[in-house]
Unconditional design. Structure first.
Lengths: 184, 59
């Protein structure tokens, strides 16, 4: 979202008290608003269903008992047929490129600017790496909500699948190297 | 007919097919085979927020 920052309206938080945990039904989703209708509606109306159904896995950022952000992940595959024939040998016996898709990442509007999104992204990196210990994964993918966000993600090693489009990926190997180098 | 929820679930996992040019395809696979070094900006974020990834350095 790109609403201008209104001085005085946004609250500063102590990030040491921020927690990220799986969504559960006891959490109040109704009050969540990030000012992006699609992201708000998904969280209020569908997130719990998909999480409980395992069709997506939703994690939330919680601060003082309040949900202040969320993201979700699903498995995704890019069919080999979408790629040119000269690259097919690289797939060996695998007919698709397995990826994990970061569906949405959203932060409560009144707390934006506190870098909660950074924490959510790092958590998503960690979850992706954990999944990759058990299931083959080539990359974490996402679709940036707009060009401005895409440019930010490019600074974080995400590359565009198609020039000029908002579908992006970061190779699993880059995530692994990043977290191995900087792990506590 | 799919319910609204079922349709939403379906649409979560069925993205529009993308059309790749050969150089874009190659870029993807080259990046997978030879993952780029994390940028300084990303490293900085990881140093500050890496604890949220929940990983510990191997001994």
């Amino acid at each position: 979202m790109n609403l201008g920052v209104l001085p005085g309206l946004r609250k500063q938080i102590d990030l040491s008290r921020l927690e990220i945990k799986p969504l559960d039904s006891s959490m109040n989703r109704a009050a969540f608003c990030c000012c992006e209708p699609e992201l708000c509606d998904f969280f209020r109306d569908y997130a719990e269903f998909h999480h409980n159904d395992y069709s997506a896995r939703v994690h939330v950022a919680v601060y003082d008992g309040e949900v202040v952000g969320y993201y979700w992940l699903i498995a995704q595959s890019h069919l080999a047929g979408m790629f040119s024939s000269d690259l097919e040998p690289k797939f060996e016996r695998i007919a698709f490129a397995p990826c994990i898709y970061l569906g949405m990442i959203a932060v409560k509007w009144s707390l934006q600017g506190n870098k909660i999104g950074y924490a959510l992204m790092m958590h998503a990196f960690g979850q992706t790496l954990k999944a990759a210990e058990h299931v083959g994964v080539y990359a974490l993918t996402l679709e940036a909500i707009d060009e401005s966000k895409a440019k930010t993600y490019e600074k974080w090693n995400f590359q565009r699948f198609v020039d000029g489009k908002l579908d992006m990926y970061i190779p699993l190997g880059t995530i692994r190297r990043l977290l191995n180098e900087t792990a506590a | 007919m799919l319910s609204r929820r079922e349709h939403q679930a379906w649409s979560l996992t069925n993205h529009e097919n993308r059309e790749y040019r050969s150089d874009e395809e190659r870029r993807f696979f080259d990046a997978i085979r030879n993952p780029p070094e994390p940028t300084e900006e990303l490293k900085e974020i990881a140093r500050e927020f890496g604890r949220f990834a929940g990983l510990k350095k191997a001994d």
